[in-house]
Every structure is written in C-alpha cells, then in structure tokens.
Design a protein around this ligand. Structure first.
Ligand code: SF4
Ligand code: SF4
Length: 384
C-alpha cells in the first residue's frame, strides 16, 4: 500500500500520490471510460486516496468518470478534488450553477479539496468580478467544500498577491526539477513554506517530458540506478520536498500507476548522491531545449487550428534527441492534419493563456522555418 501521511494544517491523512483525471486512456478521440474507471478503482485499492478532476478535463468526461468510479465506495474513504474553471463561466450565476452541477456529476454532497483553477492575472480578475472566492467560502460554511485552495500559473508577484488577499488552506503549483529554477517554481514553493501552506504538486514529470529523456541526457540516472524508470526520478525528487503534501500524476495506464505507487511506498527522500545526479541532468537539458512548453494545452484551441503543443513537442524532441528526419516527419504529420504553424495569423489569442509566457507566434514561425530548412537539407542529402 502506498504511504499516507497526516498533513497537520489540513487534519487529513493523504496518500503521497494523487490521481489526476486529465490524461485517461483513449479509444480514438473518445475517453475509454471502462479503462479509466478500472484505473481509478485500482489506484484506490492500492491506497491512493486523493483524486483530482476538473470540468475542463476530457471536455467534462473526467468528472463523470469520477462519479461512476467512486459510487461503489464509502464516501469517507477517499478525497475528491475539483475546480472552478472560471474562464468557462459567462456570469456569476453560471459559476454557481457549475458548482452545483459538479456535486451532482460527482454524486456527492461535498468536495474535500476545491480549487479556484489555474489562477493567473486574468483568471484572478474574473474570479474577483464574479465574487468567486466569497461564493466558495460560503459553500465551505455550508459544508459543501471541506478545504479551499487554488492552482496557479503565473509569476511570483501575482502568486503573492493572491496569498495576501485571501486565506487559503492549500495551493497547487507546477513543480519539478527542471522548473525549480528555470521557471521560478522554487520562489513559489518557498513562499508556501514561509506561510506553512501545504503544497499540492502538478506536472511533476512536466507533461511527460521528464519521463522520456534520452540515454545521453539521463546518463547520471542510469549510472546510479540502471533499473529505475526515468520518470521515477522526477516523482521522487518532488516528493522529497518537505512542504509537498501530495504529488498529482495524470496516469494513462496500469504500468504508470504501478510504477508511481511503488515509488511512493516506504518512501525515503532522495540522498545527496541522487540529488547530484538530478542537478547534472538539469544542466544538460537546459543546454538544449529553449521552449519550456509543458503540454498543458491552456493555449488551445487555436481558431486557425494550429496544434501549438504538438508543434512544440516535435521541436523539443528534435532539440533533445537530435533526430532531424523524425522532426520533419512529425511536423509533416501535423501539417497533414491542417494543424501546422503556417496557419498562424498572429491573432495572439493563445499567448496570454500560456503559463510559461512563451512567445507562441514567434516560436511557431521559427519552428516552421526550421522545418523548411531541415527538409531542404534532407532532400539535398538524398540527391547526393
Ligand atoms: S496567434 Fe497563431 S497560434 Fe496563437 S491562437 Fe492566433 S493563430 Fe493560433
Ligand atoms: S504553449 Fe504554453 S499554454 Fe500551450 S501547451 Fe505549451 S506551456 Fe501550455
């Protein structure tokens, strides 16, 4: 069984691992509901007791799957986390209706951990306009919410402002060994530590990126522990931080779930040697990848159909693995589906949603030119 720890600030005993319902397995375009339910129940049976969803995950299907998966269990034996995705609401009333709908979909009278979702400057402004936090505080008084927190994607000053303006019981931030210094995640973490607010972690493997490092990049890990998965280093690193209450992972199959559970069973924080290996890996990644896309897809959907995260992922693979032919093939596959960067009209609808502050249209133009360059080079090489 996975480790559980009492988080004194919350008075709750929580498993070190949380199941995030944003990357369930799919059958074509549709979520494989039976498989997703099976995964959630298996996690529950393995001792995971924190389950996190949102109305925007899998276009609303994730909450329904949660409702179905947990209807067979005693409600007091697991924690549900759900979120107010304020950007999908057009009015204060819609926001209130959404909350009530979430309770019904999840088949519950209360939500254990409720978050104002993905707060950045714009979402925070809208949340204030709709009196969202006051409404959720009222829901807490009525017993419909047990703990109120927020998830965050913006800069440190915005984070500090949010923490200063309301009383929060927990906060969820993107934290992994690559973003620790790269994206200023350490500053956010330290702020929570200073205020003694429990830290829920999302993106521990950076949208899968830290699970797929090539052998060259992962050499310090493989030298030390050849049989351990590359992803395990990311999960163990983040779990070693004392202010971290729970680590969320959006698991898509049984193997991932079993790997994560085994890592956080009889868990020991990383030792000096392991931390040194992580530092070496960070250094080698930092040298090659200059677009810090996490694949969160908050920039989507682009009105012109550009598949921004897929294009950045293809570029990132090129930078890390150096396989030019694969890059050209991957990019052509994206273009074939009408989702290439050449369709970008610089409307800027995407850029303000990017938690990583990536200059998306500029980077897309750069990648498209790079594709043309690499394609020409490959064709020239073939003719020789
Ligand atoms: S700037 Fe380009 S990629 Fe971004 S939403 Fe507009 S058309 Fe799409
Ligand atoms: S470009 Fe930004 S918003 Fe879009 S997937 Fe990448 S990190 Fe997320």
């Amino acid at each position: 069984m996975i480790d559980r720890r009492m988080i004194p600030q919350l008075g709750e005993e929580i498993s070190r691992l949380a199941y995030g319902g944003m990357r369930f397995p799919k059958n074509g375009d549709e979520v494989d509901v039976d498989e997703a339910v099976k995964l959630l129940r298996k996690a529950y049976e393995m001792g995971v007791n924190y389950f996190d969803t949102a109305v925007v995950y899998h276009k609303g299907e994730s909450e329904k799957i949660f409702g179905k998966a947990f209807e067979i269990y005693d409600r007091s034996t697991y924690y549900l986390a759900d979120k107010m995705s304020i950007w999908v609401c057009n009015s204060e009333q819609e926001m209130k209706d959404l909350f009530e709908r979430q309770l019904k979909t999840l088949k519950t009278d209360y939500i254990d951990f409720y978050l104002v979702h993905s707060l950045n400057k714009d979402n925070y402004k809208k949340a204030k306009e709709f009196h969202c936090i006051e409404f959720l505080q009222e829901m807490k008084r009525q017993g419909k919410i047990k703990h109120l927190g927020f998830s965050f994607h913006d800069t440190y000053p915005v984070f500090k402002q949010i923490l200063d303006e309301y009383d929060w019981e927990f906060a969820q931030i993107q934290l992994n060994y690559l973003d620790w210094q790269n994206q200023g995640a350490e500053q956010l973490y330290r702020e929570l530590e200073k205020r003694n607010i429990p830290c829920m972690v999302m993106e521990p493997v950076r949208g899968g990126y830290l699970a797929t490092l090539d052998e060259e990049r992962a050499k310090p890990f493989l030298d030390l522990e050849p049989n351990r998965s590359i992803a395990s280093w990311a999960i163990r690193w983040v779990s070693s931080l004392p202010q971290v209450a729970v680590v969320l992972s959006g698991m898509s199959d049984m193997a991932q779930l079993e790997d994560n559970v085994s890592l956080l069973t009889n868990f020991e924080p990383m030792n000096e040697q392991e931390l040194a290996a992580v530092a070496q890996v960070v250094e080698s990644i930092r040298k090659v990848n200059d677009i810090p896309c996490t694949g969160c897809r908050y920039c989507m959907d682009c009105p012109m159909g550009v598949d921004i995260p897929e294009i950045f992922a293809a570029y990132s693979r090129l930078k890390i693995f150096g396989r030019e032919k694969s890059f050209v093939n991957d990019y052509e596959e994206i273009m074939k589906n009408g989702n290439g960067a050449e369709h970008c009209v610089r409307c800027m609808a995407c850029a303000s949603h990017c938690p990583q502050s990536i200059a998306i249209p500029d980077k897309l133009a750069m990648i498209h030119s790079l594709y043309q360059e690499k394609k020409a080079e490959l064709e020239a090489a073939e003719q020789q």
